[in-house]
Each structure stands twice: as C-alpha cells, then as structure tokens.
Design a protein around this ligand. Structure first.
Ligand SMILES: Nc1ncnc2c1ncn2[C@@H]1O[C@H](COP(=O)(O)OP(=O)(O)OP(=O)(O)O)[C@@H](O)[C@H]1O
Length: 560
C-alpha cells in the first residue's frame, strides 16, 4: 500500500512506537517484513500468523530472550600450527587460509597437522584443521546457549552445552595460563607471608653443650653443623613451597617447579615466561584435540542453532508486538468500507474512544447514511484532525496485518492512502497551489484509495473554496475513492454534494473551569455547530457589571 503526503509520517510514528517495544536490536529487522501491503491474502496470512503466535508466545521467556545475541564464527589465520600436505593438495589447503601450509615438516609450531602422516592426521576440512574456531565462540557464548536452552528445552542448545562441558577443564587452565604472571606473583606474596610468620615464630633453643658446639662450628666454618640446627625450619619452608607448587600444578594441569628455594621467594620473569611457553604448547594441543572430538558431535547441530537464534529474535518481536497491541482487535478485511468502534488514537494519552466509518454502514451504524465521501465539521479543537489520524492509524495497522486500537474494526484493502494535514503556517497563493496540486494528484488514476484532507479551505476564501472542493470531491465520488474531509463549509458543501454525509463534533457545555466540554464522538448527519452560545455564556459568567448584562441579553436572544 502506498502512503502519500503526511500518511508516511503517521506510519513512521507507529513503526517507531512498535520499535520502542522491541528490546533486542536483532529483532527489529522483522518490522521490515510487515510493511503495509495491498495484498489481501498476505494481510490475512499475517493476521493468522499473529493470532496464533500471540496466543502461544510465553511472555515470561522474555528475560531469557534478551540474553540471546548472535554467535559469530570468525575465520582466523592460526599461526600456532602447520599443515603438511602433498604437492597436489597445496592449493586446496592454502585456499582454506587457516594456517601455514607446507609439503615438508617445519620446526617451531605447537601443533603439526598433516594429510600425509607427518603429524596429527587431518582431512582438508576447516573443522578438522581449526576446530577451536567453532568451539571457542560457543564456549564464550555459553550464556546465550543457556538462555536458548530455556526457551527451547528440546532444542539443540542444551545438547551443545552438555558437550561443551567437557572442555571446561582445559579452558579453565588456559585462563590460568593467560594470567600466569599475576597468579605467580599472588602465590609468591602469599608464600613469603607464610615464611615470614614461620620465621617470627621460630625459636632456637640450645643447651650449654650445644651452644659450645655451635660456636665451635661457626668458628671453624663447619656450615653443615650450623645449618642442621635450622633444619626443622628449613623443612617447614620447603613444605610450604611444595604445597604452593602443587596448587599451581593443579591449576595448570602440569607439574611445575618454579619457586626458588631461597627466602624471600621471587620467581625471575624468564622462568615465568619459559613456564608459560611450555604449558601453552601442551594446552594448545590438548584444546585442539578435545575441540576436534567435541566438535564432531556439535557440528551437525549448528544449522539448527542458527535457526533457534533467529526464532528467538522472532519471539522477542512477537512479545513486543503483543505488548504494543494490548487491548487491540484484528480488523475484518472486507470490501465496501472502513470503520471502527471505540477507536483510540495512539498518539493521544488516555484518549476518549471514538467510533466512525466511511463507506457502507454496518453494525452498529445501521441506519446511518453510508457514503464514500464524508465531510467532518465541528468545534475548534474538537478532535477532527485526531479523528483523521485515528482512521489512518487503523488503516495502516490493518494493512500491516496487525490488530488495531479499537473494539471492532473493518477495513477495505487499499492501494493508496493520502493524508493532507493542515499546515498551520501556510497561507498565500503558493500554499494554496501546493495543496491543490496534492489533492488533484490524489484524485488522478484508478485504484482503491483513501484520501484524508484536513481543512482545505483554510488557505483560500470561503466562496471559492466551496466550489473548488465540491468539484474535486465529485471527481473522487465518481472514482469510488473513500474521502474524509474536515471542513467548516459543511452547510454549503452539503448543498453541492447531496451524496456526501456531513458529520459534526460538538461542544456540549462548559465545565467548572468554564472550558468547553467537547464530545469527541462525531454526531452523524449533522453539522457541528461552533457553539457560539457556549462562548457567550462563558464570557457572561466570567464578566462583570454592564458587560455581563450585555452578554446575558445577547445570550437570551440567541437561545429563543
Ligand atoms: N478522542 C480524543 N480524546 C482525547 N483528546 C482528544 C481526542 N481527540 C482530540 N483530542 C485532543 O484535543 C485537542 C484538539 O484535537 P485536534 O487538533 O484533533 O482538533 P481539531 O478539531 O482538528 O482542531 P482544529 O479546530 O484546530 O482543527 C488535541 O490536544 C487532542 O489531543
């Protein structure tokens, strides 16, 4: 369906309102799939789809859905491995662009892969050469998988998670390795603190004889004897060092001996570095082998996982739409008219519900004159523009296949919708020419159209306006277009266009603050009076003295 004039703005505003309900960026793309369409079957198909999904979707899943995000598998060049292949495989292997390829064994790589028996046997498949490129993103996105597993309990995410758990140990060790320097410094501080305590507490008790021996040994430089007196302390310190090393060995999964047996303990940076290198080599190999093993089971699940992620976005979209359209109804898609009962303007806070229609009269409007051209008249600020806007909102939503803000609604499928809003700042010949052009353009050609015009005569003198409008509307009538036009010239237009219906929005009285009480619901078939007596009454009740007497006199005359 084509949106012309200000109709596009109304559509954009509605779209914006829906978009604000969608919390997942990736779910917003679904809005593009429900642009207004003139294809009746497509509208009905969308209605069916939304009806079904609104009733089946579980809103309480939204917390999980919001944790879903894309899992990206990036192709990277891994420089920790070499792939040794035969001459005739070189081209194919290099095309994979995953690691260095050679026909001869080369030194200096942590992982050596080969199709010809020089290392770990592989086929020329990315998931055999670099299984980590699949497994790592999955591991890093366990939160996403967990959320998906809650949304789709029988889906593949749970199964993938179960297999990934087998990698927990190696990933944990890799994490320790990443922070090895820090970890060693931490252990070092702790160790030195413990040794310090031991030194504080250590007391050397010697008998007189032992003291004489001790001094003699010191004099003669017999270090063995001197040290033997401290052996208990030394053993305790050694114990602490060993305990700490065991702890680190466990964390890395490899036996390490890094702490010097000297106090204070300080591991030289080069020792840390060489430890890191050797552990890294082992862990990389282990990760490669485990990843390959796990991936064998996971790989067939990946297409399904992608589908689950997409489905999760779609569910978030559905939940957002359902929230947006709370209390709305699906319109009937039928020929002959556009109408609604107790419609609520989306752009107004706490709007008074309004019922209105153009085209054929149908329940609950039986008895009201049905007409494809309607002239809407009435009190200033009565809600005429808002009513056109509401009709447009309902038409747009209906053509998107969505429910509309009304208790009941019916909409004919249209090819084009025009909305000419009153331009508050337009006057003069230029503005008149512009508006005229727009309206004439809307009347051109064929097709099913709804044309909404907000106060055309505001920009020309009343006498000419009636003639111009009447002629234009006649063209519209002859072509069977739906037209709703706001006009203060209801009476004159009625004479020129007996087939049109004229409705009016009226003020019904004054409230306690002497403001006009407007009934937003148009009255069918009557011209909406501009209620001068209410204005007079207001002035009279506010006025004093002679002024008030004058106003009351006029008012009495008017009411006769
Ligand atoms: N159904 C409604 N419920 C509550 N408020 C409404 C409703 N319709 C319109 N209004 C409010 O009334 C005010 C005037 O509305 P609107 O501009 O549509 O009137 P109008 O008749 O087109 O005015 P004008 O005489 O200036 O052309 C606006 O502030 C609008 O928000």
């Amino acid at each position: 369906m084509k949106l012309r004039g200000d109709a596009r703005d109304v559509y954009k505003r509605i779209r914006g309102m829906i978009e604000r309900e969608i919390k997942l960026e990736e779910a917003k793309k679904f809005l593009d799939r429900i642009e207004p369409t003139s294809d009746k079957l497509e509208i009905l198909r969308r209605q069916e789809y939304f009806k079904k999904s609104f009733s089946s979707v579980k809103e309480e899943l939204e917390d999980f859905l919001l944790k879903v995000k894309p899992i990206k598998f990036r192709r990277e060049f891994l420089d920790d491995r070499v792939l040794i292949v035969s001459e005739d495989e070189v081209e194919e292997a290099e095309k994979l662009n995953l690691c260095i390829v050679s026909t001869e064994p080369i030194e200096g790589y942590d992982i050596v892969l080969s199709t010809i028996g020089y290392g770990i046997e592989v086929e020329l498949k990315p998931y055999e050469i670099a299984p980590e490129l699949y497994v790592k993103p999955l591991w890093e996105n366990r939160g996403v998988l967990e959320a998906l597993a809650n949304v789709f309990p029988n889906g593949v995410s749970r199964k993938i998670l179960e297999r990934l758990n087998e990698l927990e140990d190696v990933f944990k060790r890799l994490k320790t390795l990443e922070n090895l320097e820090e970890r060693i410094r931490e252990l070092e501080i702790e160790l030195n603190r413990k040794i310090e305590e031991k030194l504080e507490d250590f007391k050397l008790t010697l008998s007189g004889r032992e003291l004489v021996e001790f001094i003699r040994a010191l004099r003669s430089g017999d270090i063995e004897v001197v040290l033997s007196k401290f052996s208990a302390l030394n053993d305790e310190i050694l114990d602490e060092i060993k305990k700490t090393e065991e702890e680190l060995s466990k964390e890395l999964g490899i036996d390490v001996e890094v702490f010097p047996r000297d106090y204070p303990i300080e591991v030289p940076p080069e020792v840390v570095e060489s430890l890191r290198k050797s552990v890294e080599r082992e862990l990389k190999l282990e990760l490669y082998l485990k990843s390959r093993e796990v991936l064998e089971d996971i790989l067939p699940y990946l297409p399904k996982l992608k589908e689950e992620i997409e489905k999760a976005y779609e569910l978030e979209f559905i939940i957002a739409l359902k929230r947006f359209s709370k209390g709305f109804t699906f319109p009937k898609i039928e020929e002959g008219g556009i109408g609604f009962v107790k419609g609520k303007n989306l752009f107004i806070e706490n709007p008074q519900p309004v019922s209105y229609f153009v085209g054929k009269a149908r329940e609950p409007f039986a008895g009201v004159k049905g007409s494809r051209v309607v002239i809407l008249t009435g009190a200033n600020s009565g809600g005429k523009t808002s009513l056109l806007e509401l009709m447009l909102q309902i038409v747009v939503l209906a053509h998107m296949g969505l429910p509309v803000p009304a208790e009941n609604a019916w909409v004919d499928v249209l090819n084009e919708v025009f909305f000419f809003k009153k331009k508050r700042s337009s006057y003069g010949a230029g503005a008149f020419e512009g508006s005229l052009k727009g309206i004439v353009r809307s009347l051109r050609g064929k097709g099913k159209k709804l044309i909404l015009i907000d106060e055309f005569e505001a920009i020309t003198e009343p006498g000419a306006a009636v003639k111009i409008l009447a002629e234009l509307l006649k063209v519209g009538i002859s072509k069977g277009f739906y037209i709703v036009i706001v006009s203060h010239l209801g009476e004159d237009l009625m004479k020129e266009l007996p087939e049109a219906r004229v409705d009016g929005i009226e003020a019904s009285g004054l409230d306690e603050n002497l403001n006009l009480i407007v009934d937003r619901q148009p009255k069918f078939g009557i011209i909406g009076r501009s209620t001068p007596e209410l204005i007079l009454e207001r002035l009279a009740r506010k006025g004093r003295g002679e002024e008030r007497d004058i106003l009351l006199k006029v008012l009495r005359k008017l009411k006769k």
